[in-house]
Design a protein around this ligand. Structure first.
Ligand code: BGC
Length: 602
């Protein structure tokens, strides 16, 4: 049985020695951002559930927070935001995810503090002035004391208060905030607050945990439906943020490790994903909690999904009903300062898991706690590579937000965990860019990172064009259905094209021309004599078409973008692979794709 499970869920491990992160290309409109949350950075939040929690003690009189710390003035983002926006700009980011502190907006039930709303408006205006798009989260773990005292999300009837607060904020800011996250990580809020008891309200009650989780998900659905129908909400992007932490067997041969890890994975991950996919909520922790209900409006209740990804948990089952499992570490995985490892392959898998929701994905958080800054750059390079790989495979990723801009109050862990791209001296409030963070800056700002620019993407139907070949023949693309088509965009002045063409001739045309394949070179805006001469010089025998004014080219990429790119189209006219410049690894991948397509029946 465990052998079958191991086979069905293979462990992915990449050979990092062979991976070239220099070949990552992102579309020009890709969102690059950093993320923070109100209670962690603003300072001076003394009217919410976390303030209460920081000032309370456990049954042994111990503080709830590591080192007896309090969020206090934190990094005073409330006052320092103009400077912090400059830091974002220095990084080259173009988006910023932050959260709105409900306890400031509505300090007591039904009373709205206008100055607070104005503050958030000023923050967004400053962002926009700096070409940074604001992305607002409405609930990021903190809410007013009055709401906590009413039982918060333990009671279904309390959802209306969250909707009403959100409506007020949305109405006030929606004209300048285009992207909204309703709730941050319901499963983390619930597991930490109602299962492990380390976040407020500090309960350890699996049955209640299931109820709160169900209510949070329903609250999202209700809020989504409400906002879409009001204050011009149809023009906003509204989604929820899901943290994926895979729970996996510590020993892959051990069936008990499989059983316990898949049970945990189900309540933390799949139960939520299934809810949004099917409208069915099925929470089942054997002997502890079972809750099922249906909410069909959950289906299609988001314009995007926010994915937060950090790592995975390795679960070892124990024959002890009081402690049925423990988390273990593997010696071959580099650890972070939190209780988890660097696991980029898991990020790649999570992106493939979440795509099942069939909406665009924003990576709303990803980052590392690394006090001595020894692992940050490795983390950034590897996780971004994992994201890029998924992106290349067609996962619809729209953006990436690094957690976090600067060190801050890491909830129950206090100030010890250093997630910031910038370190902060809490005394002087000075921010300093960490060495390791330069890796992110380099990727975002690398010349040519957007070079890949395509207007089409994998999965799109290919635009239909009619090509005039230098031979005088005409070919209409749509008439080639039933064949695999490779379009090669080229030009005689392009040195990379000249490197690529002999490979195309040999590895594609000569190998497959007698099968169902058509390879056509399309020469960018050159007269027929030049193209004929070019074809002869290159000794290629595949057909070449003319492209006056780059009209054909501009259906696939922005007119001003560079040539040397191939578009592979399957037998049904769907784009399945795109290349840019000449990279041997990518060329080989393309050949593999073509081989597979030629084997397939239409
Ligand atoms: C939360 C953040 C937190 C981060 C690092 C996420 O689960 O959304 O608030 O600081 O993880 O632990």
């Amino acid at each position: 049985m465990s052998a079958y499970l191991s086979y069905k869920h293979p462990e992915i491990k990449w050979d990092w020695e062979k991976i070239n992160i220099e070949s990552m290309y992102f579309p020009r409109d890709f969102a690059w951002g950093t993320a923070t949350s109100a209670h962690q950075v603003e300072g001076g939040n003394n009217n919410n559930n976390w303030y209460q929690w920081e000032h309370s003690f456990d049954e042994n009189g111990k503080s709830r927070i590591h080192n007896n710390e309090k969020s206090g003035a934190s990094v005073d983002h409330w006052n320092n935001y103009p400077n912090d926006i400059r830091l974002m700009k220095d990084l080259g980011t173009n988006h910023y995810r932050f959260s709105i502190e409900w306890s400031r907006v509505e300090p007591s039930r039904g009373t709205i503090d206008q100055t607070t709303l104005e503050h958030y408006r000023a923050l967004c205006t400053e962002l926009i002035k700096n070409d940074i798009t604001p992305v607002a989260t409405l609930h990021h773990f903190s809410h007013p004391i009055w709401f906590e005292e009413m039982g918060a999300f333990e009671k279904k009837e309390n959802i209306q208060y969250f909707i009403s607060f959100s409506d007020t904020v949305f109405k006030f800011l929606n004209d300048i905030v285009p992207i909204w996250c309703t709730i941050n990580e319901p499963a983390v809020f619930v597991s930490q607050g109602y299962f492990n008891g380390v976040f407020p309200p500090g309960k350890k009650d699996p049955k209640l945990a299931a109820i709160v989780l169900g209510n949070l998900l329903d609250a999202h659905v209700e809020l989504y439906r409400h906002l879409k129908s009001t204050h011009d909400g149809k023009n906003s992007k509204i989604g929820i943020v899901k943290n994926i932490f895979q729970f996996e067997p510590y020993q892959r041969w051990n069936i008990m490790d499989w059983a316990v890890s898949s049970m945990l994975d189900s309540v933390f991950n799949s139960c939520i994903i299934n809810y949004f996919r099917t409208g069915n909520f099925d929470f089942h922790l054997p002997l502890q909690a079972k809750l099922s209900f249906q909410n069909t409006s959950a289906i299609s209740s988001m314009d995007f999904i926010g994915l937060n990804y950090y790592s995975h948990y390795l679960v070892q089952a124990k024959p002890d009903t009081r402690e049925p499992f423990i988390f273990r570490k593997r010696s071959n995985e580099i650890q972070t300062d939190m209780d988890y490892s660097i696991y980029p392959e898991g990020f790649y898998r999570a992106l493939h898991t979440i795509k099942i929701l069939k909406v665009p994905i924003y990576v709303t958080e990803n980052g590392i706690a690394d006090k001595d800054d020894s692992r940050r750059s490795l983390f950034i390079n590897r996780y971004l590579y994992a994201m890029y790989k998924a992106f290349r495979e067609g996962v619809d990723i729209k953006g990436y937000f690094y957690w976090t801009l600067m060190d801050n109050f890491e909830w129950a862990e206090g100030y010890d965990k250093k997630f910031g791209l910038y370190s902060v001296d809490l005394e002087s409030q000075t921010r300093t860019l960490r060495e390791g963070s330069i890796a992110l800056k380099n990727i975002i700002n690398r010349p040519g990172v957007y070079e890949r620019d395509f207007l089409v993407k994998i999965g799109d139907p290919s635009p239909d064009i009619t090509l005039d070949l230098v031979s005088g023949e005409q070919i209409q693309l749509n008439k080639l259905r039933g064949k695999v088509v490779v379009l090669q965009f080229t030009a005689s002045w392009c040195s990379v094209c000249r490197i690529e063409m002999p490979h195309l001739e040999k590895d594609v045309w000569q190998r497959f021309k007698n099968k169902d394949l058509m390879l056509i070179g399309i020469d960018r805006d050159e007269p027929i004599e030049v193209v004929k001469k070019f074809k002869k010089e290159m000794k290629v025998t595949y057909p070449i078409a003319l492209d006056p004014g780059a009209e054909h080219f501009s259906k696939f990429a922005p007119k001003e973008a560079g040539v040397t790119r191939n578009v592979v189209i399957d037998k049904n006219g769907k784009i399945v692979f795109l290349t840019r410049l000449f990279d041997e690894q990518e060329h080989r991948q393309m050949i593999n794709v073509i081989e597979k397509l030629l084997d397939e029946k239409v």
